[in-house]
Design a protein around this ligand. Sequence first.
Ligand SMILES: N[C@@H](CCC(=O)N[C@@H](CS)C(=O)NCC(=O)O)C(=O)O
Length: 281
Amino acid sequence: MAAVDTSLLPSRPTGAAASLAASHAADHALKLYGGWFCPFVQRTWIILVEKGIDHQYVEINPYHKAPEFLALNPRGLVPTLAVPPPPGGGSGVRPLYESSVVCEYLDEAYPEQGPRLLPVGDAYERARCRLWMDHVASRVVPGFYRLIQHTPDKAERIDEVRRGFHEQLKAFTREMDEGGPWFLGQRFSLVDVMLAPWAKRLFLIDHYKPGGVGIPREGERGDDEEVWARWDRWFDAIVERQSVKDTWSDEAQYIKAYKRYAEDTTQSEVGKATRQGRSLP
Ligand SMILES: N[C@@H](CCC(=O)N[C@@H](CS)C(=O)NCC(=O)O)C(=O)O
């Protein structure tokens, strides 16, 4: 087994995320098993912060696949949530995983805490949110990895990969309510949370890839002037959202952690799936 991704340094969150983790280090029945570098974890962490849900944050290295971890999540991925047993329902911990499932669970299980992050009274609006959450998961996020893992020896040119990524971002942006800044206008929702961690990580593409993210500058956007202006509004708001900043480590650490993605040598499940043209785990 490749030791490639197990040498990530540091082994704990830094910066703002370190303070957050430290304030949730005490034992608690609701536990989030996470890795500081992981965007899927950041989604669930953001929800815990947004809703002010008491919990314990447990930093683990998901590449080590400890037997206790696999017992909770046979897929061996973070985030993994340990949910306390129901009142009077025995002592067994109930595991949950898959970031989008965990996020929806937390929103539903703690309805009184913080704002609801999916529209409650409107089945169509809720389904529309899920549609665009799925767009993020099945199109935008894979596009991010295709771009950051692109190397010059690939059959497809980087410009093509970048163009594809832009198309997915624009399709998402065209669905945003005009009122802004959020996907649902004035209302912050799970749709915003699904993409937030990758929005925060876009700077890595600028850092590592020739031409970077490459969104054209204002005035040079042709027919896309309006859609990119709306993207800018969303992007500027999401990277400054307090819960997003609170769950963020020092930028230099992400640069180190994503070097192997940029070189396309990562042995993570996401990285291997991207390299092999498979859908993400
Ligand atoms: N579909 C999963 C993906 C989670 C995921 O890939 N997590 C990564 C860290 S960012 C992981 O645990 N990787 C361990 C591995 O690749 O072996 C989710 O949404 O929760």
